[in-house]
Design a protein around this ligand. Structure first.
Ligand SMILES: Cc1cc2nc3c(=O)[nH]c(=O)nc-3n(C[C@H](O)[C@H](O)[C@H](O)COP(=O)(O)O)c2cc1C
Length: 205
């Protein structure tokens, strides 16, 4: 796939085909993650790979699944704004978009403590680096004809997950990533589209 095609085709997907992802493809996608820029030259990143139902269920036990019907959810998010429409679609799928994905990846970065007391943007370097890794994974998955779902753990959720998975205390998870083949008619929630021209400020703001 041509580079800008990958960029334009990448979307967060939450519904999957019942189709396995080969371990070779998964390795290529994780390898792309490892090519991301890094602040400390050590690439202090690890990846927990979850494939079977039980392992995924252990990692996902702290994800609050919504039991409301789509009608009830639509009534909460009155479906007026782009953001509300996205929430109405995404929130009921927070558990299934991971549990039903052929693979769930938990990326981990070292240096979790410093980011809570960052006095400048520099203190966020380990956090910034892992997000470069995550984006490389998204793009590589897209190039392979796959897609990713992604959830940010809320409150203490991340700490509970890493403890349940035996992760050393100095590592932190930025997100969960589901990887799989998207269903043919995978929903692409409406986005607010901007042109580069609208966002560029030449010389000064
Ligand atoms: C920092 C960040 C946090 C996000 N958190 C979640 C999340 O917790 N659950 C979810 O379903 N999607 C989450 N998303 C995905 C966004 O909903 C999605 O990227 C956005 O709607 C744009 O759609 P696109 O990625 O398909 O272009 C997150 C994305 C980012 C960048």
């Amino acid at each position: 796939m041509e580079f800008y095609e990958v960029i334009n085709n990448r979307h967060i997907v939450r519904d999957w085909k019942d189709k396995c992802v080969s371990p070779e493809i998964l390795e290529r996608v994780i390898s792309a993650g490892l090519k991301a820029p890094t602040h400390d030259h050590a690439r202090n990143w690890e990846f927990i790979v979850l494939q079977n139902e039980q392992d995924k269920a252990i990692a996902l036990q702290f994800v609050k699944a919504w039991s409301a019907t789509q009608e009830e959810i639509n009534a909460i998010f009155v479906m007026k704004t782009t953001v509300q429409k996205m929430y109405a679609y995404a929130m009921p799928r927070q558990y299934t978009m991971l549990q039903n994905a052929p693979y769930v990846i938990i990326p981990l970065f070292k240096g979790s403590t410093g980011i809570f007391h960052a006095s400048s943007v520099n203190g966020l370097n380990s956090f910034a680096s892992i997000w470069c890794v995550v984006e490389n994974i998204f793009l590589a998955a897209t190039a392979e004809g796959l897609a990713c779902s992604m959830r940010i753990p809320v409150g203490e959720e991340g700490k509970k997950v890493t403890a349940a998975l035996g992760v050393p205390i100095e590592y932190m998870m930025p997100c969960y990533i589901g990887i799989g083949y998207p269903v043919e008619d995978a929903a692409v929630p409406e986005q607010i589209d901007y042109t580069a021209e609208q966002k560029m400020h030449f010389g000064k703001w």
